[in-house]
Design a protein around this ligand. Structure first.
Ligand code: FAD
Ligand code: SF4
Length: 508
């Protein structure tokens, strides 16, 4: 072969134009690498999921007649890093040209640019042909603006791709049904079984253990549940439309002890590894809805489509507009370490015990658990965003920096000072109780702000506003909160209670 084409672990897009022709001159390369398993401590299901999907992808490419070199983690020539491996392979195979697809991670992008600049053979970077926009689109779209309003970006995508549109107008006359997405789930009979793709991954797990890779979380090696092929992702999408879409929007923000997944699609892993594309997902859902309008309301469908062509695409744009500075932002100058119970789930706070417990068990939590339980707590408790990022980047099967950091540091921790969000997402027990069923069986009392067994969220909530008044009181969307706070009688007792809890975070 003359040309070497690198495929990273999150570039498993079998519909990429690279694969439309077969050539004896092109050698594709996939590698399992310590540099990727070790940059953060990952959930074991995440490492296994990536390797299983990469191996399946290799098998499929070979079946189609492409030449593929696959280096497992225990390949005897492993040189411990991407660039060292590439140098070795280029020399050994007498490669004359190097090509790659643009990485979604800043770290890998920099690494490959530097690598190519010292190469003696020609090189070329290709688009991944996955997203709806190019890397720099959002930065241009919001040029000169301080806050990047997701809704304007989302409408632009709707128009550009004619999704749920009637010409230049939204199909139903209304762009956004967010207000219909806020119901508590009261009827467990609506719940559906989670779609899984049971697979034996013992060989991969054994290799990971033999290599001494440090991971977190649990796995059942004979029953790995996640889709790891494009075909399985398509089955998952179909299952979503049939069983979950009818209630997706209305219960999008609900939380329930007995069900870690509710009506969520669990497509993020398939999307982020590029086994399926965002546009095909939303087009499929839109078509499905056209055929089932009598049984599925627009709010369910719009809510789902907004997450993908709105939030997901938007987060990617923010990442490329703001990296590398974004990684260092800490607007509130929060400094505390993450409490130990984030790694064990051992806390008396029922909401956190469930959200963290299911994350360790399934490498998954849905959006509102990530935002309003774990994220909310970390922000109220003043945890350093580096520590918060490290946790989110490791624990979820879908966590890749471009979408993890913008959600965590931006949306959830407001550490960007308001690029992604217009105000911090914080709440007391009130919201958690409104959307979920955790509080009724909690050690703490959801209605108490102070005293024995007072819910920590309640005092920490006011402590947060109080300690950041200089940064938040002038925000027009928050001013009201300060007027309420100033009128409250037991302010000092609430602050004292919060201080007490902050001094014993590990014991909560
Ligand atoms: P569904 O609820 O079924 O939504 C459908 C799809 O919409 C998802 O698969 C996802 O691709 C997309 N989506 C929904 N919300 C968002 C969002 N806010 N940003 C980007 N895409 C979105 N998502 C990741 O993919 N990787 C992460 O590392 C990640 N970290 C997060 C960290 C925090 C603190 C928060 C608050 C959110 C994070 N999210 C992340 C966004 C969201 O929580 C997950 O995409 C979602 O829970 C995945 O589950 P699902 O596929 O069942 O989603
Ligand atoms: Fe969480 Fe407080 Fe409710 Fe307990 S009472 S589940 S700690 S919000």
């Amino acid at each position: 072969a003359k040309t070497l084409r690198l495929i990273l672990g999150d570039q498993l897009n079998s519909r990429h134009s690279w694969f439309s022709e077969k050539s004896g001159d092109v050698l594709y390369l996939l590698m399992e690498m310590r540099q990727e398993t070790d940059y953060v401590r990952h959930h074991i299901q995440k490492v296994v999921g990536f390797f299983a999907a990469m191996r399946e992808f290799t098998r499929e490419l070979r079946e189609q007649g492409h030449m593929v070199l696959y280096w497992p983690l225990d390949h005897p020539e492993q040189q411990e890093s991407l660039t060292a491996n590439l140098n070795w392979i280029i020399a050994q195979q007498k490669i004359e040209r190097f090509e790659y697809q643009l990485p979604d991670e800043y770290r890998l992008d920099q690494q490959l640019v530097a690598f190519c600049s010292q190469l003696e053979i020609p090189s070329k970077a290709y688009d991944t042909e996955h997203f709806l926009t190019e890397r720099g689109f959002l930065a241009d779209f919001f040029k000169g603006k301080k806050t990047y309003l997701m809704e304007s970006f989302y409408r632009e995508m709707r128009k550009k791709y004619q999704i749920l549109m009637d010409g230049s107008q939204p199909l139903t006359g209304q762009w956004n049904y967010d207000r219909d997405n806020r119901n508590k789930l009261k009827d467990p009979l609506l719940l559906k079984e989670a779609k899984t793709f049971p697979r034996d991954v013992s060989d991969i797990l054994t290799m990971i253990e033999q290599q001494g890779i440090k991971t977190i979380g649990k796995i059942d090696p004979t029953n790995f549940p996640w889709p790891v092929t494009r075909q399985e992702c398509l089955v998952m999408l179909e299952y979503f439309c049939e069983k979950l879409l009818p209630h997706f929007g209305e219960y999008q923000d609900a939380m329930l002890r007995q069900d870690p997944f509710l009506f969520h699609s669990r497509l993020s892993f398939g999307l982020n590894t590029k086994m399926i594309s965002p546009l095909e997902v939303v087009e499929y859902v839109e078509k499905y809805w056209y055929r089932h309008q009598d049984s599925i309301g627009i709010a369910q469908v719009e809510g789902f489509i907004r997450q993908i062509i709105g939030w997901r695409e938007y987060m990617r744009g923010v990442y490329w507009a703001k990296m590398p500075e974004y990684k260092g932002l800490n607007y509130f100058a929060h400094e505390r370490p993450l409490p130990d119970f984030f790694w064990t789930g051992k806390t008396k706070m029922n909401c956190l015990r469930h959200a963290i417990g299911q994350s360790l068990k399934h490498a998954y939590a849905h959006h509102i658990q990530r935002l309003m339980v774990t994220g909310n707590f970390a922000l109220l408790a003043g945890i350093h965003p580096d520590a918060v990022d490290e946790w989110y980047l490791g624990i979820y099967i879908d966590a890749i920096e471009w979408v993890e950091i913008t959600n965590t540091r931006g949306m959830s921790q407001f550490a960007d000072g308001g690029i992604v969000g217009t105000k911090p997402y914080v709440s007391s027990a009130n919201y958690i109780d409104k959307m979920g069923d955790y509080c009724s069986s909690c050690f703490y009392n959801k209605t108490k702000k102070t005293g024995d067994r007072a819910c920590p969220f309640n005092s920490l909530y006011w402590h947060f506003y109080h300690r950041h008044a200089d940064k938040l009181a002038t925000n027009p969307r928050i001013g009201m909160m300060y007027r309420t706070w100033e009128k409250m009688k037991d302010r000092q007792a609430i602050l004292d209670q919060a201080e007490k809890y902050l001094g014993e975070l590990d014991d909560l």
